[in-house]
Design a protein around this ligand. Structure first.
Ligand code: SF4
Length: 316
């Protein structure tokens, strides 16, 4: 499972520090449903459960969102879509898109993604074993606007989920090592040439487990050897470097530390074939171009961020 206006937006639900209710309002997040069932080690300190507790709710209550469900098709007063052509939207950041409890709602969500073939949708799951039975009937070898990612918080989950990722028909594939709970080596999987991007970041909130910088450097080296983009987005609240432990509750500082570590690696470019509603290619100049603010320059997530939505929160 798993964005910030300035510093808040960048985290997305993926990584995030936003209240779940807030996250659903961010311009780069679409939460068609909310709530989840914990299923692996990375779920132990799930940020969604934590934030739901803060507002006296239970993250295990799973429901289809009301106003948020149709976000990809919602229009502004002037008539254009709220989501612009070319934007990257992170889906189900307070749940899992392939959750069994959401089987009834998913066909409608697919249909909206089909209609918005001009928008990139980022899917992330800890349940890749369910995916082949959850694809639309006309999926074929995948839609050009969908990026499929699996969470690999440790080696066990990498070895369980990445083979499934490689077997599944998706045009864009990626790996998310967050929360990063142990060393993860994915060299043989990178050699397949199918993985376009690897993201990693440490854990936050109650009882966060440490993230070791050695794990980050080792994973980056594998990605660089295969020319795959690697992004270290945040240290997590307990970071170990050169045998020394750092307690970093402030997510902005975590992100700046990740940026300062110089771990970002720009691999081979990812080519998106986005089309309009007539199936025609959209010229580059007609696509959304993210813009950033001054304080975004030191953010570990900037390379993979959808850009500032000008909510004004960071001006306050
Ligand atoms: S899959 Fe994601 S949203 Fe669901 S419980 Fe695990 S960490 Fe939380």
């Amino acid at each position: 499972m798993e964005g910030e206006k300035g510093k808040t937006r960048r985290l997305g639900g993926i990584y995030s520090g936003l209240a779940a209710s807030e996250a659903s309002n961010m311009h780069d997040i679409w939460n068609p449903w909310h709530g989840c069932v914990k299923c692996s080690e990375g779920c132990r300190h799930c940020y969604m459960y934590f934030l739901d507790r803060q507002r006296e709710r239970n993250g295990a209550d799973i429901y289809k969102t009301r106003a948020g469900f149709t976000y990809p098709l919602q229009k502004k007063r002037g008539g254009g879509y709220k989501i612009q052509s070319g934007e990257m939207i992170r889906v189900c950041m307070t749940s899992d898109f392939f959750l069994e409890e959401a089987d009834e709602w998913r066909p409608d969500a697919w249909e909206m993604m089909r209609q918005r073939s001009d928008v990139k949708f980022f899917l992330l799951t800890k349940r890749p074993q369910r995916v082949k039975d959850c694809l639309p009937p006309d999926w074929g070898d995948g839609w050009e606007n969908i990026a499929f990612n699996v969470t690999c918080e440790n080696q066990r989950r990498a070895d369980e989920r990445i083979p499934l990722l490689l077997e599944l028909p998706f045009k864009h594939k990626g790996v998310m090592c967050a929360p990063f709970l142990g060393p993860v080596s994915i060299e043989p999987y990178l050699a397949s040439g199918q993985i376009e991007q690897v993201v990693c970041g440490g854990e936050n909130y109650d009882g966060a487990r440490p993230c070791h910088f050695d794990w980050v450097t080792a994973l980056r080296a594998e990605c660089a050897a295969h020319n795959v983009t690697f992004c270290f987005i945040e240290t997590g609240s307990v970071f170990v470097k050169d045998g020394k432990r750092y307690d970093l509750p402030n997510k902005q500082i975590q992100s700046e530390m990740a940026y300062k570590s110089g771990m970002y690696y720009a691999g081979r470019p990812v080519v998106w074939k986005l089309t309009d509603r007539f199936g025609l290619a959209i010229p580059e100049e007609a696509l959304y171009r993210p813009h950033f603010r001054q304080n975004c320059a030191r953010c570990g997530s900037k390379p993979i961020c959808n850009g500032c939505s000008d909510c004004g929160r960071c001006d306050k």
